[in-house]
Each structure stands twice: as structure tokens, then as C-alpha cells.
Write a protein of this length. Structure first.
Length: 209
């Protein structure tokens, strides 16, 4: 798991995966030493490392080791192309809007929600997508819409989206882990698909929903 910030998404994975035989967080890699996520990793007993130079592909590859899936959550640094290539279709990011809208260079954190509010959009959401060579442009794995309410502030919208991120990311990680290493991008929760959670609850995504 790659982090730069407070690590609430890391926490959602730690809490949701627990001792799951399907997937677990094996290591946390931070782009900065003051990332709050490091403390969450320590509390959970998960090994953590801080990158001396996030642009150094060799350092990052060494930190990721033999991880089957690399998850970016609140990670703000560019992933070097050599790492993208090595982790093709095994490197995902969570973004706090419905990509391809409100993404791209410089669109992270509160800037995303500010842009959504300024646009007057009625819907925002959370997107999990593959990381490729372009910022926020890799194939989408899954999306979850979130309404924008009249009178929303930066804080109220960010909180509503973050809550959904915390539900979406564990679902996606579990499902990708179950499927193993794919040859091509996987699209989850498309209309008409079904999804079985770790508790054997089946979620159906109706056509046209
Ligand atoms: C989340 O909105 C995530 O989508 C974004 O950073 C925010 C906070 O992440 N990329 P976290 O609390 O550090 O997981």
C-alpha cells in the first residue's frame, strides 16, 4: 500500500481485511516520513518504509517486493514508469471523484472537491482505476457515485465521498485478490454484474443502474 497522508483508506483496508485468507496488507510504503498512515501501520503491526526518493524506481520496486497488488491511497507522488510496467494491471489508485471528470495533474485532495462544487455537478463519487503512465487516466476498475447536495461545503462533500471510498476500496481489493493476476484490465461492478462479498452477501448491479 502506497501512502502520503493520514491513511484513512489504509485503515479501511486493515479493518475490512482483518485475517482474511484472501488478501491482507503486507507492507506500507510512504512518500514522506510524517505521513499519519505510518502510525496506523505500526499499530496494526504491518511493516512500513519511507522512501528516500519516490522518483527512484529501484527503491520503490525494492519496497514493494513481491506484493501481488499495489494500492495507492492518498499517494501524491508520480509512480516511475518502470514500476508501472512491472506492476501492469496490479497497480491501482483510489480517486475522490468520478473519473475521467475532475482528474489529472494537480487534481488531488480538496482541490478535487472544490472543482466539483465550482462546476455545479449534481454527482461526484469515488473511482478505483489502474495506474498507467498518465495521471488518473488508466482503465477504471470500479466507480461508486455520491450525490452532491445543495449547500454542500468542501468538508461535507469530502466526508461523504471519503465514506464511500472506505467501502469501495476493500470490495475492490478483495475481488481483485480473488481473481489473481489478470492479463488485461478488470472492470468490476459494471451493469449486470454480481459481486459476492467476504460475508457471502451477493450484491447485484442492475442493468441501467
Ligand atoms: C482520499 O480522498 C483519497 O482518494 C485521496 O486522498 C484522500 C485521503 O486519503 N487520494 P487517506 O485518508 O490518506 O487514505
Amino acid at each position: 500500500m502506497l501512502v502520503s497522508g493520514g491513511g484513512t483508506n489504509l485503515q479501511s483496508l486493515l479493518d475490512a481485511l482483518g485475517d482474511s485468507p484472501v488478501a491482507r496488507v503486507t507492507r506500507v510504503v510512504a512518500s514522506r516520513p510524517d505521513a499519519g498512515a505510518l502510525e496506523r501501520a505500526r499499530r496494526a503491526g504491518v511493516p512500513a518504509a519511507v522512501l528516500a526518493d519516490p522518483a527512484d524506481a529501484r527503491e520503490l520496486l525494492a519496497a514493494l517486493g513481491d506484493a501481488r497488488l499495489a494500492v495507492l491511497a492518498g499517494y501524491v507522488k508520480r509512480v516511475p514508469p518502470a514500476v508501472v510496467a512491472r506492476f501492469r494491471w496490479r497497480l491501482i489508485n483510489i480517486h475522490p471523484a468520478l473519473l475521467p471528470a475532475f482528474g489529472g495533474p494537480g487534481m488531488y485532495g480538496d482541490r478535487v472537491h472544490r472543482a466539483v462544487l465550482a462546476s455545479g455537478a449534481a454527482v461526484s463519487g469515488a473511482t478505483v482505476h489502474y495506474v498507467d503512465e498518465e495521471y488518473d487516466r488508466g482503465p477504471i476498475v470500479a466507480q461508486w457515485p455520491v450525490p452532491v447536495h445543495p449547500g454542500d461545503t468542501l468538508e461535507t462533500l469530502a466526508a461523504r465521498v471519503l465514506e464511500v471510498e472506505h467501502r469501495l476500496l476493500p470490495l475492490v481489493v478483495l475481488e481483485l485478490a480473488r481473481r489473481g493476476a489478470p492479463e488485461e484490465p478488470v472492470r468490476l461492478f459494471a451493469a449486470g454484474s454480481t459481486f459476492v462479498t467476504g460475508d457471502d452477501v451477493e450484491i447485484r448491479f442492475a442493468q441501467g443502474s
